[in-house]
Each structure stands twice: as structure tokens, then as C-alpha cells.
Write a protein that binds this ligand. Sequence first.
Ligand SMILES: Nc1nc2c(c(=O)[nH]1)N[C@H]1C(S)=C(S)[C@@H](COP(=O)(O)O)O[C@H]1N2
Ligand SMILES: [Mo]
Length: 534
Amino acid sequence: MRIQRKTLLVFLALIVVPIVAAYAQWAAFGLPSVAAQAATPRDVAAPTGFPAWLRVTHYVNLFFLLLLVRSGLQILVDHPRLYWNVHCTPGTEWLRLTPIEVPADRVWTAKDDARRLSPWIGLPGYRHTVGMARHWHFLSVLFWVGNGVVLVFLLFGTGQWRRLVPTSWMIIPEAWSYFVYYATFHMPPEPNGFYRYNALQQLAYFSTIFVLAPLAIVTGPSMSPAFTNRFPWYPKAPGNRQIGRSLHFLVMVAFVVFTIVHVAMVCATGLVRNMNHIVVGADDGRPLGLYLGALGLVVVVAFNGLANWAAWRRPRMIQHLAAAIVTPIMKLLFGGVAPAAEFPRDQVSPFFWPNGKKPTSDEWTSMNAGGFKDYRLKIYGLVENPVELSLDEIRSMGAASQVTLHHCIQGWSGVAAWRGLPTSTLMELVRPRPEARRAVFYSFGEGLEGGAYYDSHTIEDLGHPQSILAYEMNDEPLGELYGAPLRLRVENQLGFKMVKWVRAVEFVASHKDFGEGEGGYNEDHEYFGELANI
Ligand SMILES: Nc1nc2c(c(=O)[nH]1)N[C@H]1C(S)=C(S)[C@@H](COP(=O)(O)O)O[C@H]1N2
Ligand SMILES: [Mo]
């Protein structure tokens, strides 16, 4: 692991400066007085205790947060580098969670770069399990956000917000006073949390619910190809897609740190009584809350074990569960929008991560040696006019140029200029029959587990102006590594659907009609979701 010095200094400063200031205040003036605050008789307007809905949402939140963190870490290690720039040039990352520096003397694909994660931490763990991790991430996030919405509505509907939402700026100096205690390892006099929180505690809970959670939610879509290509201002709000991704990670770190400190404080300030507050909603010293809370944690751990088991033993089931629950929502939110984002030509990335296995067949190798003069793109299946086209014919049919951002499922991105034949023009030529709903693109290259690589797109996605069969990248004929002679660009989808080294196109009625019926090679072999809008 390596962290950029500049970024490390900023983080350290954010932690060290307040602690030094707290020590200085303690040394110079002693501990501040918070006795009056702690002893304040309870505010008659403020709510007392924790109603059942609050205790339930608190638990449900923990339940899904853990799944989100574990699956999120698994997604992260599939491209174990975080950047502030959108190009993802090796060496420019601010955080690197791999010892590997990208070799300059040989091809090092983004997939080579993926790291293994222990299944005790990652969901589902091990290496390159990003597809399954995403299913758990997206399934969990729906419930986590739904639970959060219920919580916020009830907070404001019942008056419980009063114990959380600061109503006076005085909370800041008061919270600081408590911070001086904790930072210098002193325990301040505490109010009874059943009736009110201390100022720092209130501020911490408030920021977690009203700052961290919304930040986690809004930084998520800044990584979505469909959403950001339709609304280019969105990733620009934080700066760019990789800043969005880095912030999404930092918010996760903040949630984890909050949870650790929160649990430590619950233990340190009267575990049994505190557990009664939040588990059974009673302010007494009986051990019931502690026992039920422990049981609740056992359920959380058991479910995480079950989630790992299902990811490994019933991956198809999880993939189909996500297709049934997540896909319709993704379609509703991000489907059907035509991508439009373009980048200025001078923002083309200096380095573009390659992925996939270059073809090794004699057919492709000899055509490559001959400059693809003998290449014929075969288009067949449910079309009125099946054709075979040479590269020259393809070039003469019309061309579109675009400078766009590539979004790989692993997390990296890169800007490149593409030029090629719009797939809409191709469809005008071959005329898909009414029953044709999608097209499969077959590659000369093999997938990771052997057998030809392929993926499919809906007719609708292929009709967008930014959907092209590219034969040029950055004003040069498409390079060997990047998909020569033809590769797909479908800008509202993730990179894995953009088949390189395209050999043939088949129009079909459904994603069930080829391969193992999931929509593409990675969908079949790695359980990726068929819809790759996010
Ligand atoms: N034939 C083939 N095409 C492929 C792949 C592959 O493994 N084989 N990988 C896909 C993935 S996962 C990505 S991110 C992009 C990478 O394109 P690039 O190498 O131009 O960056 O290609 C896609 N097309
Ligand atoms: Mo990818």
C-alpha cells in the first residue's frame, strides 16, 4: 500500500491539528467545564427514549451498512488504486492498495491488476469477483436507502429530530469542549443518552445521518456511465468521476471510523444501560438489551456468512435476484437516456488501461499482418439483409467521431477520441426484423476462461448517436491491444460490453438466445449484470 505524500499530509493535518489544539487548551487552561451541559434538566420539548421504529431502523441500517462496506471493498480491490484525476494514469494515484507498479516493458491489463481480498473482509472475497460484489452492493443499497428514507420521515414526523438536529450554533463550542476531554483521554460528565446527547455526540450522529449518508448516495451515481453521459455536469460537481469514486471511498472510511468510535463509546459509557436504550427502549440496568443486541449481531454475522456462501455456491441465483430487483430500478432511473457527454480533444488520456486477451488465432494474426485487407465483418441473424463488409466498405458507409470517457466495471476510466461507423447506420443497412431485440458482437479474442468473447446490446442502445463500431482511436487506426480492426463504443454502458476485435454481429430476439443465456461472456462466466448502466 502506498499513499501519496501530499494527500497523506492533508489527512494527517485534519486529524493532528485538532488533537494538538485540544492538548494545548488542556495544558494552558485545564479541562473546559461541561458540567452545566451534562446536568441540564431534560428539555421538556425534546423527546424521551427511543421508539420501536427508531430501534428497528438503527438495526436495519447496521445490517445493510456492513454488506455495503464489504461488497464495496471487494469492488475497490478490483482496481486497487484511487485517483484525483480522471485518466487513471499509473503512478498518479493518491492511494494504491497493491504493491505492484505497472510494468512498462510488457502488457499489464486492468484485470491483471486486480487484487485478492480475504472473504472475511470482502463480499464475496478472493480475486476479481466484482460482478457478484456489485449484486450485493446494489441489492443492499436499495434497502439501506429505503430504510434511511423511512428513518428521516419518522424523525421529522415524530419530533425525534429534536435530539439530533442542532438548533443553535452553540453546539460547536460545546462539542469542542467534549472533544478536548476525549482527545486528552478524559471522560467528561455525560448526560443520560436516553434523554439527550452530549453536544459532540449529537453533532456526530447528525453529521452521519445528514451529511455522510447523503454524500454516500450522491457520489454513487457519479460513477455511472449512463447517468454521467446523459448529465455531464454531475461528475463535474465533485470535479470528475475519479474524485467522485475517491469521495465514495472516503465516506465509507468515515462510516467505518464512526462505527468503531460509536461502539467504543457505547461500551465505555455504560454498555448495559446503553444497550437497553437502543435495543429495548428502556432506561434501566437489566441485561435484556445486551442479550438481544448480541443476538442481533449474531444474525448480522450469520447473514454475512450466508451472503458469502450464496455468492460462491449459488451465484446464478444471486445474479437473477439482482436482475429481478436491481435491473428494473436501474432501467427506470438510467435506462433509455441517450449518452451525450463529450470531452475536449486535449483531454485525451495519456495512458489508457487495456483489458482483455488479444486474439491468438491464426485467422486474426494473419489478417493483422496483412493490415486487415481480408477482414470481413459478418452481420447475420434476424435481419432482412445479411451482409459481409470489408473495412473499406465500413469506412465508406459514414463515420462519427467522439471524445468520450470509458467507464470500466473495475473502477478505472480514461478519455479517448474514437471514430467509427454508427451502429444505427449499420442497422439501416441490414434492417433488423421486428422480432430482433438485440445484437450479439462476437470477438476474435478469447475470454478469461477460454472460448470466444462476446456481448450483446439492445437495439435501443445501438441506436444512440454515440454507439459506434470504432476503427480509429486518437486519430490512429485502432491498435492491436485496443481491438483492431473494429471495437464497440456504447457510451451509456460499462466497458465490458464494448467488445474488442469484433468478428461478427448476430441479431437475436433475446439475451437467452446465445451463450449461457445471460447476455454476454462476462455475464455468463463472471455473473456480471446484463444491464451495465451503473
Ligand atoms: N474481446 C474482448 N473485448 C473486450 C474485453 C475482453 O476481455 N475481450 N474486455 C472488455 C473490458 S472489461 C473493457 S474495460 C474494455 C477495455 O477496453 P480497452 O482495452 O480499450 O481499455 O474492453 C472490453 N472489451
Ligand atoms: Mo472492464
